[in-house]
Design a protein around this ligand. Structure first.
Ligand SMILES: *Cc1c(COP(=O)(O)O)cnc(C)c1O
Length: 381
């Protein structure tokens, strides 16, 4: 059993449980059982796998320890995690959300929540007055993402948490880009942290998973109730894969972040590139704010090409990156946000938000950065 006073690098490896209590095995076995014997008719620690499973418990405890939560929850995808956390809202409630956010979250918030009687206002959350002005009597929560995707807007988490506390609103933050290694939102006053663990936490592009945690025992109780009632739970084998991925998060993310920094600097100097969005660049406008709430710039950057006719040749010429709508893997992933990660967002909205057809996003992997650069440079010729 791991003590919660350990530092993050240690917690990543040992997590909540680092050996099987029954056998001493070095990894928690994949418990495939759907149900558990009730000795003498009495239920033990486990009774039915939707309610609890040792493989899933391992990652649920891990995320709670890593984020400073009281309890964690694991779901079969990041969207299932977001939907399950937002099930804390009910019909008649109002939600405030960022105008620049992950395309799938935008789809869920703009097209699913309203059918359940929950209204949503999208605002530029870098403007604190706009956030305050969006609060209505029926407002229940503020959904957040920072850095935002794909334009790297930085939202002041302490300030928004203070506004929310004053007005009695819940705060939920999608911490996928940063991971608990670089940003611990619960320490800054955020109520609920959400992850697409499909990305950096899983880390190998071989798994879909979502995680949620909170430091508030009453919220944890309601999240647990809904998870069991609704049944969107992370399966045992996927829990094992996720736990394995988490063990190497520090090594992977630090290597990827260092590659992202080098790629960002080289892209800034490239004549075909109009601008680069990356919190690690010296002239990144919200750099101080970002580093007041996060300990690293992360491994993702976006850049705009000067000329739209260069996008297609670049996507055709590059050989190393996977061209896909994802991020956070050991392999570099190149995304054309317009047609991939943000395809669900209507053209007019994208244009209004400044998501242009010339915008590309790189999730740096852990390859040799010179190979990555030479490949990109060939693509940009
Ligand atoms: C990928 C992603 C999600 C959705 O996660 P899935 O695991 O694909 O369901 C949510 N938020 C962000 C920031 C993401 O990158």
């Amino acid at each position: 059993m791991t003590d919660h006073t350990y530092r993050t690098a240690t917690l990543l490896v040992h997590q909540g449980r680092d050996r099987d209590p029954a056998t001493g095995a070095s990894t928690i076995p994949v418990y495939l059982a759907s149900t558990y014997h009730h000795t003498g008719g009495k239920s033990g620690e486990y009774d039915y796998a939707r309610s609890g499973n040792p493989s899933r418990d391992q990652v649920e405890e891990a995320i709670a320890l890593l984020e400073g939560g009281v309890r964690g929850f694991a779901y079969p995808s990041g969207m299932a995690a977001i939907g399950s956390a937002l099930a804390l809202l009910s019909s008649g409630d109002h939600l405030i959300a960022p105008d620049d956010l992950y395309g799938g979250s935008w789809r869920y918030l703009s097209q699913v929540l309203p059918t359940q009687g929950i209204s949503v206002t999208f605002v530029d959350q870098t403007d604190l007055d706009a956030v305050s002005a969006a609060i209505r009597p029926e407002s229940k929560a503020i959904f957040l993402e920072t850095p935002s995707n794909p334009l790297f807007k930085i939202v002041d988490l302490r300030a928004i948490a203070a506004i929310a506390k004053e007005r009695g609103l819940l705060t939920l933050l999608d911490n996928t880009f940063m991971t608990p290694l670089l940003q611990r939102p619960l320490d800054l006053g955020i109520d609920i942290t959400i992850h697409s663990a499909t990305k950096f936490l899983g880390g190998h592009s071989d798994l879909l998973a979502g995680l949620v945690t909170t430091a508030d025992p009453a919220l944890a109780k309601r999240l647990k109730f809904f998870q069991n009632a609704f049944g969107a739970v992370l399966p045992p084998f996927d829990s094992f894969l996720l736990s394995r991925g988490i063990k190497t998060l520090k090594l992977r993310l630090e290597a990827a972040q260092s590659n992202a920094t080098i790629l960002a600097e080289r892209l800034v100097a490239h004549p075909a590139v109009e601008r680069v969005y990356y919190p690690g660049l010296p002239d990144f406008a919200a750099r101080n704010l970002h580093f007041s709430q996060a300990s690293g710039a992360g491994a993702i950057l976006s850049f705009e090409l000067k000329d739209q006719t260069q996008v297609a040749p670049l996507l055709q010429r590059v050989k190393l990156p996977i061209i896909a709508p994802s991020l956070g893997g050991v392999e570099t992933i190149l995304t054309h946000c317009w047609s991939m990660s943000h395809a669900a967002i209507p053209v007019a909205t994208k244009q209004q938000l400044g998501i242009r057809e010339t915008l590309l996003r790189i999730s740096a992997g852990i390859e040799d950065v010179d190979d990555l650069w030479e490949d990109l440079e060939r693509g940009l010729k």
